[in-house]
Design a protein around this ligand. Sequence first.
Ligand code: ADP
Ligand code: MG
Length: 346
Amino acid sequence: MTHAEPLLDVRDLRVTFDIRREGDMPWSPPRLLHAVGGVNFALNPGETLGIVGESGSGKSTLARALIGLVPANGHAIWQDGTDLIGLSPRRMLRYRNDIQMVFQDPLASLNPRMTVGQIIAEPLRTHHPGLSRAEIKTRVKENMERVGLLPNQINRYPHEFSGGQCQRIGIARALIVEPKLIICDEPVSALDVSIQAQVINLLADLQRDLGLALIFIAHDLSVVKHISDRVLVMYLGRVMELAEAQSLYAAPQHPYTQALLSAVPVPDPELERSKTIIPLAGELPSPMSPPSGCVFRTRCPRAQAACAESVPELMGSPTHLTACHFPGKLSEEEVALAVQAEAEPA
Ligand SMILES: Nc1ncnc2c1ncn2[C@@H]1O[C@H](COP(=O)(O)OP(=O)(O)O)[C@@H](O)[C@H]1O
Ligand SMILES: [Mg+2]
């Protein structure tokens, strides 16, 4: 792990949406939805950070806030000292070159009326308007090759490609401006399982060869396991655990991470049958009224009175941080009680 200045230092990042409904009067109180509730992490140059959390936990909103697509509070300090939060679109443009995104739905994120060549060239035209047509074409072909596409397919349209190939087009489009960071928002969630590994391996190879930093968002801990240097686990807009991948998978400290990991299928059928999935109590609370204190406490097998009183801070060692008042491995009794409570709800 490097000890240089972080590429990006995110401090207390918050995103709140006011979702007034039809029929609300101008003087009606705002309806506030806390999509991201105070996220902290630092990303090192060349590092791959996996961000995991179930649907609605604020992963996409966090990513969009970093590049100025949704208004946010808090800080995201780029390595040159600039705070990206609240930058004017004009000043943000420079950083939008260095931070590229790859989206979930490969086909939907590509303009159907543009050829692959035009799509991949688009960020180059935005950020480097002085380049000649010939230079642009050379760079498009180089990047097609780099992601495993045939350069002679440059004049084809997105619908002529498979989902996995469309995602390669999206990756080439992100790479062409030589960014320092690519944020991949569930880049493989829409792909067949057999194709997922190919795209993950491509991203891992590119990350290694080009020294890129990656933020790799997924809803499943198994997807980011092999690609991530560190993993950040989100729940209801907050960071539950942030640790080096090896440490997180071998010894998860947060009860939520333990529950997520217990649900990941294991390849050995005998182990799969005999393992216990740690159930989560009740329903996912609404981000409009998150629980007081620890937002996970209403579903936690270990919750105590103290959990309602104060928000747990991320604590532990620099390589393994947990936001929990009572971190550590759940005992067999705790798991058994949770399973029992699930079987006979009150
Ligand atoms: N533009 C928006 N306006 C209002 N609410 C939003 C908007 N975008 C996201 N949300 C809400 O914010 C929460 C987090 O959403 P999102 O960031 O998409 O989660 P994830 O990517 O982890 O599935 C959800 O409750 C979602 O409904
Ligand atoms: Mg999302």
